[in-house]
Ligand binder design. Structure first.
Ligand SMILES: NC(=O)c1ccc[n+]([C@@H]2O[C@H](COP(=O)([O-])OP(=O)(O)OC[C@H]3O[C@@H](n4cnc5c(N)ncnc54)[C@H](OP(=O)(O)O)[C@@H]3O)[C@@H](O)[C@H]2O)c1
Length: 271
């Protein structure tokens, strides 16, 4: 069967991770076209993966799916550039903060668009991506979009575009919340006398172990937490401190603040 040709505009971090993931999943390099204004970035990726370097016009002509993987600030320029040369193929945007209606305005046509919100662990194939399809996207295109983003981790479809702002606050910004907790744990462990390297290794491994356990266990995270928390024990003391300090309230405020900021940024790009 003929392979779907996927075209990427932008060969930076996100595009490179998706391309590597697709090739690892068995996609033929000859069915991936990539362009970038930065020739050195393009060469690095094409040399490493044997995919085709291309011009923007070639990508727009040959690709059945166009993945727009440039920074939000340059998305307008890219859309205006491709508006007249592209066919009516599916557009996948990974740019934070740019709404599908905004993309349609810049592309100057009603288009099948899938908007994605990935996160940085996508760079190592462990991403979490929320996807939203506008009403022009058909089932085959949805499957195609999902298979592309599956190459860098887990995917979840959203039925409302507004939910992308919640996903941004949850998994988009989420890695930073875990890094902050890891940073704080590491600092205190050093204060209490552990060597830097020892504290770091134990914190990293605890984070990996806890997330793997949560992912593989049938129990919920509530049940897993209760299993570690023996009555009268050390964990209970620590958890009591977290609850007394209103950790849940802080998390709530933090996610709401991040969502509000995501909405503000989308408004800015719309103006
Ligand atoms: N990195 C992540 O983990 C992550 C997570 C969530 C969402 N995203 C989204 O993914 C998108 C890409 O992020 P990234 O980190 O991959 O960015 P990046 O590394 O900067 O890659 C974008 C590439 O596009 C190139 N470019 C700029 N204008 C172009 C044009 N007109 N035609 C062709 N190529 C052009 C850039 O070249 P120059 O450098 O020369 O400008 C750069 O090489 C962003 O919109 C971001 O919001 C990324």
């Amino acid at each position: 069967m003929k392979e779907t040709v996927i075209g990427f505009i932008g060969a930076g971090n996100m595009a490179s991770s998706i391309v590597r993931g697709l090739i690892e999943a068995g996609k033929k390099p000859s069915s991936i076209f990539v362009t970038d204004i930065d020739q050195s970035k393009l060469e690095t990726l094409t040399d490493e993966t044997s995919i085709k370097p291309a011009t923007t016009t070639e990508v727009c002509t040959f690709a059945e799916v166009l993945v727009l993987a440039v920074k939000p600030q340059v998305m307008k320029v890219v859309c205006l550039e491709i508006a007249d040369i592209r066919a009516s193929q599916l557009i996948i945007s990974v740019a934070a903060g740019i709404r599908t209606t905004q993309l349609e305005n810049w592309l100057n046509s009603k288009s099948a668009i899938v908007r994605c919100m990935p996160n940085t662990p996508a760079l190592i194939g462990e991403g979490a991506t929320g996807l939203f399809a506008n009403n022009l996207v058909n089932n085959r295109q949805k499957e195609l979009a999902q298979s592309i983003m599956d190459a860098v981790g887990l995917t979840a479809w959203l039925s409302n575009e507004e939910d992308i702002d919640t996903v941004t606050a949850l998994s988009g910004s989420g890695p930073a919340y875990f890094f902050l907790l890891m940073e704080a744990m590491q600092e205190v462990a050093q204060e209490l006398g552990l060597e830097q390297e020892v504290a770091k290794n134990l914190v990293y491994q605890t984070a990996i172990g806890a997330s793997q356990l949560a992912r593989n266990a049938e129990d919920s995270v509530v049940a897993l937490r209760k299993k570690v928390t023996s009555p009268g024990g050390t964990t209970e003391r620590a958890v009591d401190e977290f609850e007394a300090g209103n950790l849940r309230g802080l998390v709530r405020n933090a996610l709401i603040a991040a969502k509000d900021r995501s909405l503000e940024l989308s408004e800015d790009f719309s103006n």
